[in-house]
Design a protein. Sequence first.
Length: 349
Amino acid sequence: MTDQVPAYAARTPGAPLARTTIARRAVGKHDVLIDIKYAGICHSDIHQARDDWGPGTFPMVPGHEIAGIVAATGPGVTKYAVGDRVGVGCFVDSCRRCENCRQGREQFCLEGVTFTYNSLDKNGEPTHGGYSSRIVVDENYVLGIPEGIALDVAAPLLCAGITLYSPLARWKAGPGKNVAIIGLGGLGHIGVKIAHALGAEVTVLSQTLNKRDDGIRLGADHFHATNDPETFTKLAGSFDLIVSTVSATLDMDAYLGLLKTDGALVNVGAPALPNSVSMHSLIGGNKTLAGSMIGGIAETQEMLDFCAARGLGTEIEVISAEQINEAYERVTASDVRFRFVIDAATFAA
Ligand code: NAP
Ligand code: ZN
């Protein structure tokens, strides 16, 4: 029997999110029913609810930074038990057979990954995300949240955390490496913490100096304003690795000029519009411009365990469901320190 669940949805692209009810499937053999406790607001939720990335499926219940407690398990479930603290990130299924799935890179499933929302499941039904009271997910796509991280500060790790951990690990941020993070928002702030914990020398490149004290407190060694043109002359040729978390288009050529010879700029931001780049900015200095998208299930668990071992959580402002629309405006205005997290108890009327 399906379960009727309170949720918040955008009815049409750009419409304010409002209370609604959605159906969750019955708990299947390998499924876990999760009582959602907290859901983070990622800028990707805003992009999709506003159709920034092209036509989405509406009504849309966003939310892919989910933390909660297991409330029931199917008869075939072996990994989780009722009462366990768990999380769900950006995807809830994949083919499990293709080369990418077998390598633990399920987010790039060659048959098409099933995203947590704004996607179709294997039965062709639209998926609905974490802005809701409960969710049913196959156990293989559920993460364990280690003791030692509170559920509210853990929720944003399920997207923001893995999105920064994966490229920082892959591009070997660590001792002796100069790493810059562009944008001190939801992704950027946990990127600063993780890069610092990995032992890198960390610089924040923010539009203004307004967030400087927070940036230093989070673990940055240096903080520069990108609205000051001198920043780009002063820091030319400084970084081994730059990770851009910016949700808008950027002057990529200016940032590529900040890389050392052989340096890499890894972009994780997903702006609505294309970004131009001069090939001369890459060939001079053997530079790399790369992208990165979240991480696979095993790597996400590795990130959660790493954060728990180092005492790393996200910096959050807990809000009620009624405040989602105001929160969207504040995220769009870069006015959040550093992630809004919705208290799931407030989804029910
Ligand atoms: P966010 O909290 O809004 O942070 C983005 C930050 O970028 C802002 O806080 C701001 O930092 C900076 N910024 C915003 N507009 C800017 C502009 N016009 N010029 C320069 N800097 C600007 O968003 P988020 O949740 O961290 O997500 C960031 C982006 O990553 C979004 O596009 C999102 O869709 C994408 N994303 C990608 C992945 C992936 O797997 N690749 C995963 C999650 C999210 P300052 O105030 O410090 O300047
Ligand atoms: Zn996200």
